[in-house]
Design a binder for this molecule. Structure first.
Ligand code: SF4
Length: 193
């Protein structure tokens, strides 16, 4: 039996109904005007390219999140990259040993701005159950984190929730934020110029 197909835009009784949300703006026949930052935000939030930095069990949950049942592609994030220079979302999933911390930072530094970071699971967020001399007690000790996903491990739904929170941040971020004093001070607090 054929599966029903949904289109992004459909015509219902002569009225165009869009299924994605439009930013605030003015619409007339044949035109739509909005703020540049809203349009850029809309494009960015629906085309986030993740870099999965998976070191242990939470990475398996991410694999489930990418697979057909949960399907992260629905959020425009199916293009997973392993080159930091082509990605804008660093997803750290798993226990990060202190020896690995400089590598996490190096990967972050190789990403171009604008870049965002999710700490997935208890280990990446806080060291988790490994309160030991060898484990980093949260990746926010070496790079700034935008969203923390709790759980040991978090279910794919929780990871998707984290990605949606990032989408919210990305969609609403001012185009000037990265040049602002506050952002520069944040990077400087991590020793990043
Ligand atoms: S938070 Fe739990 S499931 Fe995730 S990497 Fe740590 S021990 Fe494994």
């Amino acid at each position: 039996m054929a599966r029903p197909v949904q289109f992004n835009v459909k015509n219902e009784g002569g009225k165009i109904v869009t299924m994605g949300e439009l930013p605030d703006g003015h619409m007339g026949e044949g035109f739509f005007a909005s703020k540049l930052s809203d349009i850029v935000g809309l494009a960015r939030k629906n085309s986030i390219w993740p870099l999965p930095f998976a070191t242990s069990c939470c990475g398996i949950e991410f694999m489930a999140t990418m697979a057909s049942h949960y399907d992260l592609a629905r959020f425009g994030s199916e293009r997973v990259g392993f080159s930091p220079r082509q990605c804008d979302l660093l997803m750290v999933m798993g226990t990060i040993a202190k020896k690995m911390a400089p590598v996490v930072k190096q990967v972050y530094l190789q990403m171009a701005e604008p870049r965002w970071v999710i700490a997935v699971g208890a280990c990446a967020s806080s060291g988790g159950i490994f309160d030991s001399y060898s484990v980093l007690q949260g990746i926010d000790q070496v790079v700034p984190v935008d969203v923390y996903v709790p759980g040991c491990p978090p279910r794919p739904e929780a990871i998707i929730d984290g990605v949606m929170k990032i989408q919210e941040l990305v969609g609403n971020e001012s185009l000037r934020r990265r040049n602002g004093d506050r952002y520069k001070a944040l990077l400087e607090s991590y020793g990043i110029q």
